[in-house]
Design a protein. Structure first.
Length: 111
């Protein structure tokens, strides 16, 4: 496995939306990454999970992936927060966290 470097990182908070209307009106939200979590009469609640989008560079190739689950596992946490995203960025910049790419092209935190 070879090491790879982080180019950029952005933390996108989770969102919850409450809507009234028919299925046609709410389909737009499911197409935009929201999951329906509650449905009562014509009131619908949608949620979009948080993401930590990290762009890696390996020569001429840039690849962006959601590293949220790997970060939560690394810090032994169950929920992503602003503070944890800042800590992750700091640890990467300080060289405490490194990344590697396996033979299949999957990127992982180096252990």
């Amino acid at each position: 496995m070879e090491e790879i470097t982080m180019k950029t990182m952005s933390y996108i908070k989770s969102e919850t939306v409450r809507l009234q209307g028919n299925d046609e009106k709410t389909k737009q939200h499911t197409r935009n990454g929201y999951d329906k979590i509650d449905n009562c009469n014509r009131n619908r609640v949608f949620s979009k999970p948080s993401q930590v989008l990290v762009t890696f560079t390996n020569g001429d190739l840039d690849q962006t992936i959601n590293m949220k689950n790997e970060i939560l596992e690394h810090y032994n946490r169950s929920q992503m927060t602003d503070k944890l995203a800042v800590q992750f960025r700091k640890d990467v910049n300080d060289g405490q966290i490194l990344f590697e790419i396996d033979q299949y092209g999957h990127i992982h935190l180096k252990k």
